[in-house]
Ligand binder design. Structure first.
Ligand code: AMP
Length: 191
């Protein structure tokens, strides 16, 4: 199995690159942001609770997203592999993911991190906000809060996988195809 974490701050291009990776490697896409937005759309209790936090640019509790990933791994036992997008976002989530995969005799193959500076992220997210309809893309203060959450809680996840020798940084500024080809190289190295 190929289990890839596509890592990077909000606006780094994870969604765009995920689509291309899935098409090439036939992986199941697990985006906790998308899963949470589906829960909100469905009006579930989980969705309502998550929305309050998401609308403030804050992370939802670890147990909530770990539970969703656990469920998805169970329902896709015959997958060629998974691409984790927007997960794990804390070290606790990373440990839980490693444990879940270990229970299937699996592990993370590689973490590819898209590197984009904060000014570029802010500009991209404000632009995305014009068409995405996402409440959390709508103003500078909220976007800054999300980037701040990333820098304080999520960045340590990179060190966690670096310590396992699985961390590959990729420049996230440039042509979509150039970035994709660098990601493909990182995948080829572990496949
Ligand atoms: P995203 O679509 O990945 O930008 O996520 C949108 C929002 O959903 C984030 O700002 C968080 O509030 C929440 N979220 C998504 N994934 C996670 C996660 N792995 N852990 C905690 N909160 C998350």
């Amino acid at each position: 199995m190929l289990n890839l974490i596509l890592f990077g701050p909000p606006g780094a291009g994870k969604g765009t690159q995920s689509e291309k990776i899935i098409a090439k490697y036939n992986l199941i896409h697990l985006s906790t942001g998308d899963l949470l937005r589906s829960e909100i759309q469905a009006g579930s209790e989980l969705g309502l609770k998550a929305k309050t936090l998401m609308d403030q640019g804050l992370l939802v509790p670890d147990e909530v997203v770990i539970g969703m990933i656990d469920h998805k791994l169970k329902t896709h036992r015959d997958a060629a592999g998974f691409i984790f997008d927007g997960f794990p976002r804390t070290v606790k989530q990373s440990e839980a993911l490693d444990n879940l995969l270990a229970s299937y005799n699996e592990s993370i193959s590689v973490m590819v991190a898209l590197v984009v500076d904060d000014n570029e992220l802010l500009a991209r997210l404000l632009k995305r906000g014009l068409t995405s309809g996402r409440p959390d893309d709508q103003n500078e203060e909220l976007i800054s809060k999300r980037i701040q959450e990333y820098n304080s809680k999520t960045k340590p996840v990179a060190d966690y996988y670096q310590a396992q020798g699985k961390f590959v940084p990729v420049d996230g500024i440039g042509e979509i195809e150039t970035i994709f080809s660098e990601i493909s190289n990182a995948i080829s190295a572990v496949k």
